[in-house]
Design a protein around this ligand. Structure first.
Ligand SMILES: [Zn+2]
Length: 311
């Protein structure tokens, strides 16, 4: 059986075991809530904003699993979840703030390395440094210098209000580029299409986390396609945060048909509770993308060198 056929007959087990990527995953929120709570205790999820989502997470999950042990158990859960879901290429995003649970940054990174080796050594793991948008860039630049010296991360991402300009991160991103990092930022989830083009230009991004508002501008879509910028899309996150109305109407369809490299990712599995496998099914069942299209999308995530022109 092939992935396409498995989608058509809704063979979840086969789909789950088939290799796939997850390139937009906030490590400490990437686990499975069933590792922490039983079915009876699972809270309701319903969010109208990022703030509401954060509040839900803090009051239902994080407070139960805080501190060093809580942090470690959430990261372990993320690796376990990815492995169980057949994810073979995994970018997990880590903030430096969580180094507070350790003696220093070096010990923090060593712990992350050891968790990966103990749970999912066979996964193609892309450790990603997650920075938060701030005006006070100097301490971030200093911290980044130190982090660079450990040679652990292979990718960099920027989170926070994606309508804010990103040009003060240019220095950091130039350095990251010289050190072979994959360059990413959260853009176009709340911000408009032009903010995506501006952010990609300013930081010379390879990939955009979300980027769905590009769908409102044919010009920006063509520009993303022509510059081979990949969009790491999170369908369930977008539906649950009301960025889109439904899986059926999800912009991934238009973006894909405009020739953009799009991938399917989990964002915050611990909160949205939809695995990558489940999101392939969600898009298929809703009629958003065909089984063949979804298999092409799967290929984009697994092989950074393939494009729609290869088909
Ligand atoms: Zn995200």
């Amino acid at each position: 059986m092939e992935f396409v056929e498995a989608l058509q007959v809704r063979n979840f087990e086969f789909l789950r075991r088939t290799p796939k990527s997850d390139l937009h995953n906030h490590a400490t929120r990437g686990g499975n809530i069933r590792d922490f709570l039983n079915d009876i205790d699972l809270p309701q999820r319903n969010f109208r904003s990022l703030d509401e989502m954060q509040y839900w997470y803090d009051s239902n999950v994080k407070y139960l699993f805080s501190g060093r042990e809580g942090f470690i158990s959430r990261v372990k859960s993320a690796f376990k979840q990815a492995k169980n879901d057949g994810v073979t290429r995994l970018a997990l995003s880590f903030g430096i703030g969580d180094s507070i649970h350790f003696t220093n940054i070096e010990e923090y990174l060593a712990e992350l390395k050891s968790i990966q080796h103990s749970i999912a050594p066979e996964i193609n793991f892309i450790p990603e440094l997650c920075l938060g948008r701030t005006d006070n860039i100097e301490p971030v630049e200093e911290m980044f210098e130190e982090v660079l010296s450990y040679g652990f991360f292979k990718s960099i991402d920027l989170v926070g209000d994606d309508r804010l300009p990103v040009s003060n991160y240019k220095n950091i991103y130039r350095k990251a580029k010289r050190n072979g990092y994959i360059l990413k930022a959260h853009l176009g989830e709340f911000g408009d299409a032009e903010s995506i083009r501006k952010g990609v230009n300013d930081l010379e991004l390879d990939e955009v986390q979300h980027g769905i508002s590009a769908v409102t501008s044919r010009d920006v879509m063509h520009w993303l396609r022509d510059n081979d910028v990949q969009l790491n899309v999170c369908p369930s996150s977008n539906v649950m945060l009301n960025r889109v109305n439904s899986y059926e109407k999800h912009p991934i369809k238009e973006l894909f048909y405009h020739g953009i490299r799009v991938t399917i990712n989990s964002d915050d599995m611990l909160i949205f509770d939809q695995s990558v496998t489940q999101d392939y099914l969600n898009l298929y069942d809703s009629g958003c993308l065909s089984a063949t299209d979804l298999n092409v999308v799967r290929g984009f995530g697994l092989d950074p060198s393939c494009s729609q022109a290869d088909d």
